[in-house]
Write a protein that binds this ligand. Structure first.
Ligand SMILES: Cc1cc2nc3c(=O)[nH]c(=O)nc-3n(C[C@H](O)[C@H](O)[C@H](O)COP(=O)(O)OP(=O)(O)OC[C@H]3O[C@@H](n4cnc5c(N)ncnc54)[C@H](O)[C@@H]3O)c2cc1C
Ligand code: FES
Length: 289
């Protein structure tokens, strides 16, 4: 991709809208005219989505062609939080949007021989989903564990994928919700409370984490303290972004650009970026973990 192409959105049609929860939907976008520009995307990379009159925002690809996505499409799982995402939710199937990318450094290639733990909180399962799917396509002989925490049962996203993984031999899935109710028969608590159980299930040598910032810092430190090498703990960061290409400086953290050096960093790299995680209090930590 040359420098000009970085800034020109591709036209895409909303081909499918999949409800995930009250405030989250998956949008499958068909590039129109067809182009294979996103087909080499890696798990953890992101796209800049543009809506006429509302601007652009970054969203991580929640499916990639190297693991289950249909070539020529861009799949984004979006939580409705503000102006652009609300405008997106108001669009019908068939509407046109713009999309730039793929951008950034994604998750490291899966290591088929090493037990790997994936930890996601809330919407953080969306970026981890293609990493897990890619890992399964790579036919691992080592076990995988997925620990997923949500606010309540209704807030859980990618439930079909979670059910598929739960039924896959060698994959241990632990789901937990903070607020249980009569309809939820699974675990009640935070991912922090179930981390030891997830680790004991596979004795991981690698891990990937995605979720609220306080959760990333806390879970990353616990995995490191449990003996996983910091260079083998992958963490997906979120920062305000504008260009997505390392030119505007909006995403600058210490001496790194999150849009091009990340958004996935190792915990070892993050130890050199003191501003990567916002300061946390016991209250924010408890809320996130
Ligand atoms: C690399 C990257 C990947 C992302 N992937 C996803 C994804 O897969 N799915 C998803 O739903 N969202 C994702 N996001 C967040 C998404 O970009 C924002 O939610 C979106 O920009 C909100 O746009 P809006 O106009 O609807 O909200 P706005 O009206 O701009 O803001 C609404 C509220 O959200 C806050 N906010 C907006 N953007 C951010 C941000 N980047 N960090 C912290 N707070 C923010 C604002 O301060 C405000 O309080 C990602 C962000 C980054 C940087
Ligand atoms: S978003 Fe512009 S430099 Fe990263």
């Amino acid at each position: 991709m040359n420098a000009v192409q970085h800034f020109l959105p591709y036209r895409a049609q909303i081909a499918e809208i999949i409800p995930e929860s009250d405030d989250t939907r998956t949008f499958v976008l068909a590039l129109d005219p067809p182009t294979s520009v996103f087909d080499a995307s890696r798990p953890g990379q992101f796209a800049m989505l543009s809506l006429f009159g509302y601007g652009e925002a970054p969203f991580t690809l929640s499916s990639v062609a190297c693991a289950l996505a249909v070539p020529g499409t861009v799949t984004l799982t979006v939580r409705r939080v503000g102006t652009l995402t609300s405008a997106l939710f108001a669009l019908p199937q068939g509407a046109l949007v713009g999309v730039r990318g793929p951008f950034g450094r994604g998750f490291p290639a899966p290591h088929a021989w090493e037990p790997t733990l994936y930890v996601a909180g809330g919407c953080g399962l969306a970026p981890l989903k293609p990493a897990i799917e890619h890992h399964l396509v790579a036919r691992p002989t080592a076990p995988i564990a997925v620990l997923y925490g949500a606010r309540d049962a209704e807030a859980r996203i990618h439930r079909a994928a979670l059910a598929t993984w739960s039924a896959t031999p060698g994959v241990h899935v632990i789901e937990c919700v903070e607020n249980g109710n009569a309809a939820w028969h699974g675990h009640v608590g935070t991912v922090g409370e179930f981390l030891n159980r997830a680790m004991q299930s596979i004795h991981p040598e690698r891990a990937a984490i995605c979720g609220p910032p306080a959760m990333l810092a806390h879970i990353g430190a616990r995995l490191r303290d449990a003996g996983i090498l910091p260079g083998r703990i992958a963490v997906a960061l979120e920062r305000y972004m504008k260009c997505g290409t390392g030119r505007c400086g909006h995403c600058y953290v210490n001496h790194r650009y999150v849009c091009t050096d990340g958004p996935v960093f190792t915990f070892a790299e993050l130890s050199e970026l003191p501003d990567a995680f916002p300061p946390t209090t016991d209250a924010t930590m408890a809320a996130a973990c």
